[in-house]
Design a protein around this ligand. Structure first.
Ligand SMILES: [Zn+2]
Ligand SMILES: [Zn+2]
Length: 290
């Protein structure tokens, strides 16, 4: 009797007997199927495995809650994270915090590690902005997951969503030098912001002072107008917000909130995003009515 030891996705070992289903003629096919099953079960196990304290510390450090990988700062950093995400501030790892830490999200930090004061529930400005009223952009690397015309259309709509609140025009170009380069990349791509394969980090962008470029993780399952996968337009609107000078907001209704929680059929800006972008680009006395 042949038996395979498999790691069950809940984390304990279980035994499967395949004797009755494997015949001599179907063995090669069955073996490759079995490899796939083992891989899927292992992947499910890794995704659902409890997060270790070290992994939580890596997350806190990466997203600006912890100044360095210092265990003595864990409680304080955890409380900053919980406050930002609107979770009960226990300072301890718990199921709610772990769930948020495992969500798909933007790769940009949520706060400045040197920030000691409690943050108000609102947008945050990085400090730089575009000085020109005519910003151009170009897709330098398209994705294999979405058609080019879909990317072009949804990118234009995403820029236009911000443009409604600014006195700035965003124009797509197909060649030549532009203000903002947009592209899909896998893993390390020469900018210090390595992507991590499918899941977790979806994209990142540069603030205007650093060039404003927008990068998407090519390994995600990018989709358009459906629940499945990750909705490209939702992420594009968020990343363009960084490219215009906005940091992450801790307002859960803001497009600049850092995690991807669910599919939104018609993504738009929250009141917090609009207030933030107007403060950055418009004189207070000339704010147009919302
Ligand atoms: Zn972001
Ligand atoms: Zn990048």
């Amino acid at each position: 009797m042949c038996r395979l030891l498999l790691l069950h996705k809940k984390g304990y070992m279980c035994m499967f007997s395949f004797c009755k289903i494997i015949s001599v003629h179907t063995l090669p096919v069955r073996l490759s199927t079995m490899k796939c099953v083992i891989l899927l079960v292992l992947l499910a196990y890794v995704r659902s495995a409890p997060m270790s304290k070290q992994q939580a510390m890596t997350y806190l450090e990466k997203y600006g809650y912890m100044p360095s990988h210092d265990e003595s700062k864990f409680r304080e950093s955890m409380m900053k994270f919980q406050e930002f995400m609107g979770l009960p501030m226990t300072g301890k790892m718990n199921a709610a915090s772990e769930t948020v830490m495992k969500m798909r999200r933007c790769g940009m930090p949520d706060m400045d590690p040197a920030q000691h004061q409690r943050r108000r529930k609102r947008y945050a400005l990085q400090g730089s902005r575009w000085r020109t009223k005519a910003v151009t952009y170009k897709v330098t690397n398209y994705s294999s997951k979405l058609r080019r015309d879909v990317i072009d259309k949804e990118l234009k709509e995403s820029f236009d969503i911000w443009a409604q609140h600014l006195n700035t025009m965003f124009t797509p170009e197909t060649s030549g030098k532009v203000n903002i380069d947009v592209g899909f990349f896998s893993g390390y791509h020469n900018d210090g912001g390595e992507f991590d394969g499918a899941g977790q980090v979806l994209a990142h962008a540069f603030y205007p002072i650093f060039g404003g470029n927008v990068h998407f993780d090519e390994d995600e399952e990018w989709t358009s107008g459906e629940e499945r996968g990750t909705n490209f337009k939702q992420v594009a609107i968020h990343e363009i917000g960084h490219s215009l000078g906005l940091k992450h907001s801790n307002d859960r209704n803001a497009i600049m909130y850092p995690t991807y929680r669910r599919y939104i059929p018609n993504p738009s800006l929250g009141m917090d995003d609009i207030t933030g972008i107007r403060r950055l680009y418009t004189k207070a006395s000339s704010y147009p009515k919302i």
